[in-house]
Design a protein around this ligand. Sequence first.
Ligand code: ADP
Ligand code: MG
Length: 345
Amino acid sequence: MFENTDKTNINELGEFGLIDHLTKNFEIKKSTTVKGIGDDAAVLNPGDKKVLISTDMLLEGIHFDLAYTPLKHLGYKAIQVNLSDIFAMNAIPQQVTVSIGMSSKYTLEAIEDLYEGIYVACEKYGVDLIGGDTTASKQGLVISVTVLGYADEKDITYRNGAEEGDLICVSGDLGGAYVGLQLLEREKMVYLENPNIQPDLEGKDYIVERQLKPEARVDVVDLLKSRGIKPTAMIDVSDGLASELLHICKQSNKGCNLYEEKIPIDPMTYDTAREFNLDPTVCALSGGEDYELLFTIKQTDYDKIKHDVDVSIIGYITEPAAGLNLISKSGQVHELKAQGWNAFE
Ligand code: ADP
Ligand code: MG
């Protein structure tokens, strides 16, 4: 994949040369950043705010496959998935650190591509890259990103605040990233069997992008703020709708009624899932990596959001004794489980 011929061996630059080279275009934008890259530690000034911090690590062969993941996209996604965790707290991310471990198969050009994606994501979301670590690995690529954000305590949304009667809402649509992954995996297999066959992703841009280039939903955080709504609980959809909703219910000590017919699924996701003999609802419930926001709001806030097409009301919170229920399109009640759901059980 990455031949070392005609490409620059990373060793030619040395560790410090490499860090300088990769980070030279990044500029500090936030007033909360006092000192970024270049000293033993970065220095931040949170003012009188609470500090939010979150880390996510991506490992080659576990979280990504470079057979179909361009490194620029990978860098972009590594930042997005971290920003998403801060948005899920109803806060705005301001700084990131990026740590990478890479084996000798990576050339300078490859790591430049990775950092280009990181750069685009940082620019788009206005976050400062303030440090990290760079090391060699025996095998494969590891990327660990830490993100920092600041907020007033009164604005922070935890997973445990859902109350009986609250409406369960989700942004965008679900299942696309998972179905996109199935498509990429299939095309990889076809290619491995016969390298003369070019991948056939024609007309499938949306779901392929959902997998390779997710967008953290800052716009949803902004929308809620502009409507004067503070969610009672919120989480981002990284593991699938079922798992995330169960987190909210368990931590809030509540039950839920989730309506299958209300779960937003894009037509391309639906049709492609069917092509793969997958139940589109299962893809939404258990697929993951959609990076949408799942949140609960008070019923009195419904009028403020009911015309926003990008937010779906998919159910409501109940008392804990009522259980964790998924109501199917045919009206049958199933227990909501984190993994899988059989419509015919
Ligand atoms: P130290 O020896 O103190 O750990 P390093 O030589 O690892 O310092 O890093 C030097 C500077 O470059 C530090 O500010 C560090 O945060 C930053 N840095 C190191 N690796 C990366 C990276 N992959 N991306 C961004 N900044 C990095
Ligand atoms: Mg270091």
